[in-house]
Design a protein around this ligand. Sequence first.
Ligand SMILES: C[S@@+](CC[C@H](N)C(=O)[O-])C[C@H]1O[C@@H](n2cnc3c(N)ncnc32)[C@H](O)[C@@H]1O
Length: 337
Amino acid sequence: MDSAANLVGIGRQFLTQGQDAYSLVTFKLALELDPAFLPAHVLISESYRRLGESARAAKHLAKAFQLSSSREVTTVGARVALSQAASSELTQHCHALCNGLLDDAEQVELHHALRAHFESQAIAAGHTAAEESSTTSKPVSLESPLTDLASVVNYCVLRFGFRKYLEIGCNQEITFRQIIAPYRIGVDPVKGGSVRLTSDEFFAETNDDFDIILIDGLHRAEQVLRDVGNALRYLRRDGVIILHDCSPATEAHQAPEPVEFIWNGDVWKALVALRTDPQLDIVTGDFDYGVGVIRRRPNSDPIVLPRPYLQLSWQELEQHRQEWLRLCLSEEVKAWL
Ligand SMILES: C[S@@+](CC[C@H](N)C(=O)[O-])C[C@H]1O[C@@H](n2cnc3c(N)ncnc32)[C@H](O)[C@@H]1O
């Protein structure tokens, strides 16, 4: 697993340098070592997409969805992935779906459009995502590797006996529905979860407290910092905060507004700003677009930034990614926790 992860790290460097063909070869090697390595499937799909091989890109993204979640999510995810090989109109629809912007009638329409496209693509590629989607959800245990948001949250729930979970930004509940904590609150102004409010509105009115809080709402650095500040007020003393989308693979993925299907926003700027705080200890899991994990204890590896966080550039992130984000593999995150 570690060798595949190392190769993915090298491949990502190639990707960020625009060396798409080299990145492709590296991700292929990683998948030879570990055919079920989710980050390799996500990133190789980006290499294929850039090299104009959209059907292969879609196939790997479908595989990534399969590896990351439940059967139902996989089926939707596979269709969304396959739509990347479709017209820009369909891709736009998928994007809207993922952002929870479609009403029910529009979703039905999208479903039919994708279904038709999916079937023709699957035949052309000699591959059906429906077949791949027939696996069951992953088992949850302390031994399971950390690969995505749900695996990190559930690991903490099991290891620390956490009971009360809060998720900011739920959308299709890909993560929310997998969480095994007995008490779950999900906040989203548009879709998913149990409370139809923005995070600011929710924190202004709640009196609840939580053991573990996932922040995956509006992917703008200032909002993320505000969400973390509020989360700290309602987090129990030994609780954990999780941040999604901390390690974007490309400059486009961290643009202020979404320009591609994958959008991480500039969450990374919030993460590096927090890494300077002497009272917060933070690592970033190097999987699932970067999963930041925050504990309220003295900072064991503080960083110093050259300028205010909002003025940091993509080039600076590229140069300091490992140090600033404190990237860790699954077993390192577990040991640090
Ligand atoms: C990336 S999706 C969340 C995905 C989800 N956490 C998961 O793992 O499946 C982002 C969600 O954040 C929601 N959102 C946007 N602005 C928000 C805000 N100010 N407060 C809370 N949620 C927000 C959007 O409606 C969208 O559903």
